[in-house]
Ligand binder design. Structure first.
Ligand code: C5P
Length: 230
């Protein structure tokens, strides 16, 4: 049987987009598929971890061997994550909507009579990673965030490392001209990441999201103090 270097370790993972309601039938969302976050959850489970995945709305199945909480909004994701702490590590792969509609309409907004909104007031969502990464008592010993950027990848990723209190930031270029084929990083099956830590930046070659997940799970196993199987 395969070695289980993460046996007994509880790891919380977020994945997918969030949906932020505007009215009963409309929402704000993004192109996140959940593929990378779900692959990470599965890879950690294969190494024996007790993985608790908090997933926004995605079209892919729950990963094998993982306990999944399904949520829609950023506020629900935050509450679910906090309810799963304490944990040995937390990996924030979700593409949480930075903004939500300031108010959610009770009825479907109408365009008739030109009375519909010409603008949509927004309010900022809570930053789940920053709240936990900078928390004095609840912070897991290992905190990994993601940074999807379309410009100045390393610079923006480094700023997030500090601001959000993460040990690592997995930075990836999500611009359509990133050189990743098909539908690009968001929605696609491949990824090319730069792993940022206070010690430096490590560029990984382009590989599948499953391979990125394997390598990240290996890093987690090393960091949590058990030998990673060769
Ligand atoms: O600021 P930005 O959205 O680029 O930050 C990305 C990182 O922060 C990701 O790890 C993401 O999961 C996390 N995040 C979060 N809550 C938010 C926004 C981002 O946990 N409201």
């Amino acid at each position: 049987t395969a070695p289980k270097p993460l046996a007994g370790k509880r790891i919380v993972v977020t994945s997918g987009p969030t949906h932020e309601p505007i009215d009963p039938v409309r929402y704000i969302a993004n192109r996140s598929s959940g593929k990378q976050g779900h692959a990470i959850a599965a890879a950690l489970a294969r190494l024996g971890a007790d993985v608790r995945l908090v997933s926004g709305p995605v079209a892919i199945p729950d990963p094998a061997g993982v306990s999944v909480t399904h949520v829609e909004t950023a506020r629900q994701m935050k509450a679910a994550v906090e309810g799963l702490l304490p944990a040995d590590a937390a990996i924030f792969a979700a593409a949480v909507a930075d903004w939500r509609a300031a108010t959610e309409a009770d009825e479907k907004m109408k365009k008739e009579g030109g009375k519909g909104p010409s603008s949509l007031p927004l309010t900022e969502n809570p930053d789940i990673l920053a709240g936990i990464g900078r928390h004095e008592s609840l912070r897991p010993g290992l905190v990994i965030g993601f940074a999807a950027e379309t410009e100045r990848l390393v610079e923006n990723g480094r700023a997030k490392l500090r601001r959000k209190g993460a040990d690592y930031i997995v930075a990836n270029d999500v611009s359509p001209d990133s050189g990743i084929g098909g539908t690009g990083v968001m929605g696609g099956d491949r990824n090319r990441i730069t792993l940022l830590s206070p010690d430096g930046a490590e560029e990984w070659p382009e590989m599948s999201k499953d391979q990125v997940a394997e390598r990240l799970a290996g890093l987690v196993a090393e960091r949590l103090g058990r030998p990673f199987p060769a």
